[in-house]
Design a protein around this ligand. Sequence first.
Ligand SMILES: [Mg+2]
Length: 257
Amino acid sequence: MASLPPRCLSFFVLFLFALLINPAISLRTSVIKLPGSDGSADTFCSSWRLAVETNNAGTWNVIPSMCVDSFAEYLNGDQYGSDYDVIADYALAFAKTVQISGDGKDVWIFDIDETLLTNIDYYRAHGYGSEAFESNSFNEWVVQGTAPAFDASLRLYNALKKLGFTIILLTGRDEDQRSCTETNLRDAGYSDWERLLLRGPEDQGKSATKYKSEQRSKLIEKGFKIHGNTGDQWSDLLGFAVADRSFKVPNPMYYIP
Ligand SMILES: [Mg+2]
């Protein structure tokens, strides 16, 4: 078997030595650092957040426990609101290209939770999505009716009204939460929606994708043209009878199929 020439061997030994003493040479190994090893948690959590926002992650239940601090920083900092702002700007730019017919049939659909209203105060007290969803405590929060508006969503909502869009609210909340939801929306600054569609008895047990698609389909049957749709869940936007343009606002805290 041929052996390495002495010159090559000394270069190889020198390279090995340099690798051991100089971390910069090990830079490429950092991309395969395990999540949780020093310094990589934020990187991993940003990537995980991108994966859920793009729906690459598909169905998931709770956020990785190692991401609680990272998501708390995102959700309580400027980035979260800025993300809504940029999306609202794109939605509005599209809305301005729509020819409004003036017959009241040009529709923009909004979801409510984490789209018009923020439940961050609830999720702050429940681990930012690291705890399994508990419907009783969430419903108690909903009944309080104190969820604030996202500034960007309120801005978009009012701008769409001014442009002549008919606003329809389509939520996974139950029909028996109509009154507290309406009060909360008004207190948060929203007004003049054409319809507020909530889950009735016949919608129980349906996936959000199916329920919302059916509701959109009924609107289209009634002659409404669904130009835009804004929601924090892919199940707000996908399925059938989809809007001409769908706008996904961020939600790294929970996933609704
Ligand atoms: Mg929502």
